[in-house]
Design a protein around this ligand. Sequence first.
Ligand SMILES: NC(=O)C1=CN([C@@H]2O[C@H](COP(=O)(O)OP(=O)(O)OC[C@H]3O[C@@H](n4cnc5c(N)ncnc54)[C@H](O)[C@@H]3O)[C@@H](O)[C@H]2O)C=CC1
Ligand SMILES: O=C(O)C(=O)COP(=O)(O)O
Length: 624
Amino acid sequence: MASASAKSIFIPRVSSKSHSSVSNRSSLLPFLKSSSSSSISLKSSRTRSPCLVVRDAIKTIESPEISVSQGQKLELTSLDTKPTVLVSEKLGEAGLEVLRSFANVDCSYNLSPEELCSKISLCDALIVRSGTKVTREVFEAAKGRLKVVGRAGVGIDNVDLQAATEFGCLVVNAPTANTVAAAEHGIALLASMARNVAQADASMKSGKWQRNKYVGVSLVGKTLAVMGFGKVGSEVARRAKGLGMHVISHDPYAPADRARAIGVDLVSFEKAITTADFISLHMPLTPTTSKIFNDETFAKMKKGVRIINVARGGVIDEDALVRALDSGVVAQAALDVFTVEPPPQDSKLVQHENVTVTPHLGASTKEAQEGVAIEIAEAVVGALKGELSATAVNAPMVPAEVLSELAPYVVLAEKLGRLAVQLVAGGSGIKSVKVVYKSARDPDDLDTRLLRAMITKGIIEPISSTFINLVNADYTAKQKGLRISEERVVVDSPPEFPVDTIQVRIANVESKFDSALLENGEITIEGKVKGGIPHLTCVGSFNVDVSLEGNLILCRQVDQPGMIGRVGSILGEQNVNVSFMSVGRIGARKQAIMAIGVDEEPDKETLKRIGEVPAIEEFVFLDL
Ligand SMILES: NC(=O)C1=CN([C@@H]2O[C@H](COP(=O)(O)OP(=O)(O)OC[C@H]3O[C@@H](n4cnc5c(N)ncnc54)[C@H](O)[C@@H]3O)[C@@H](O)[C@H]2O)C=CC1
Ligand SMILES: O=C(O)C(=O)COP(=O)(O)O
């Protein structure tokens, strides 16, 4: 219950920062940097007429020419009116077309790390394959301009995700278009290794005819262990079943029923490596999988095992593999990927006569490359437009159908976060935030990661000096020691709506507006989406009903006639347009909260006059 405290007036100092964030205004543009931070400056050079340079703006500028009074013409350099996408490795033409329709595209292949760093501050997006190392230095060199890194493929081990996240740079990949190509390459290596195709080919080309030397082994009836039963692994398994192999798989995260559906048993790592005749690797390179195949694990394998690696070189300790090949524990290996690419020319592994190698060709089919190029180009353009991405790697990933359903709740979530933090006296010192989602849906049917990230963004942005978006909101919150917990409450509300209400509670802080405190001392606000528009429905223990648009004045007063008129006329005299008013009260003539939506921001004098209305006990101005 709100306490009947002495009249307190809070007239906030509205920071310029809070005005500069475009994402405050349009929460569906979470990846864009502030357009109002774009600088427009006149630049003159000896060789060119002065031109208007627009930095950081993603929007295409409508007017191509601007005249100045002296009759001198200013031209917008075409390079500056669109975002710039740097493509650092070969990308399919269809993807480049998609990019060119929206951005300036700079295809610069084979850049040295230094060249990449020197170009990157002029780029809004970077598209890479596996050959470009996107290191922390690259993000630092970008000086905040780089908004999205697109990986035209699956593995993102060449991108420093931690650095990307810290710098608020979205990383997207193209996870599906090369799956079949990689699986087919795995099968190609499996079969050609078993029948010594590459070695026999090289032998014949050197003029020999060695039929006895290249006797192979059969696949039918042999056990294949698929290590990593994801997209590629499961396609390899399906194909190997077609070859008559007995397929087992190890994947700590794969559902057993998905494996069983194609006749594959999920087994432990130990069982997989000790029983298989062939082992095919399809897991990502992570700190856990790095060098997971090493002296110790090779020693446990069946003597004469054959290994295929189309995943990442780093999952194998390559020196240990050479030892295992030399000792005969591993009879053969077929490798598409290497710890260092390209590997050194004198690499013992590459030169080993029992090893078949290809230069990271798993994804290299015409079909896969066109598919990957379109997939990544669309993801990058979408991200540059500020759309949420279905293939985000370092931000909540939301399938398109879920996204359209959640869109208005995303806006509500951010606004509630912004509102809640502005109710905290001093704004900082927040350590613990609780979010309660009331919904008719089963908790498993409601993915709240996006909502949580937007609430976090709303809370952090007004109290942070750094740029906050969906990508770095959680990280920045953790850095600030802010703990956000969530609770879901199942309620009897229309099930077609994913969420009924969202409540944000901040504990152990003082409030600028005592009426926002519940008896337990927590600042508590609640909102819901009505007709697609976010509404504030509860402040402390007071029910209100105001749409969260424009700015908001909350006043606590003693309920009495004429209050709405009095405050309304003070605002009207200053030409501040009132968009709505709502009064929530404990009871007739008792305490009430008046919520007033205003299109313009009232000046200090106007706010002071509102505070001087005798019945008003406290009030706060909130910038939404
Ligand atoms: N050589 C090439 O050109 C290509 C290589 N790849 C690589 O293939 C790998 C798999 O790609 P996708 O199937 O698309 O990825 P995915 O994410 O669909 O599958 C990876 C699977 O590995 C599992 N996994 C994670 N840790 C594991 C562990 N410790 N042991 C066993 N399994 C584990 C995951 O649960 C997941 O099911 C990636 O490393 C990717 O970079 C993918 C495409 C082309
Ligand atoms: O998608 C992957 O993970 C790959 O390894 C493909 O790499 P690439 O795009 O061919 O350099």
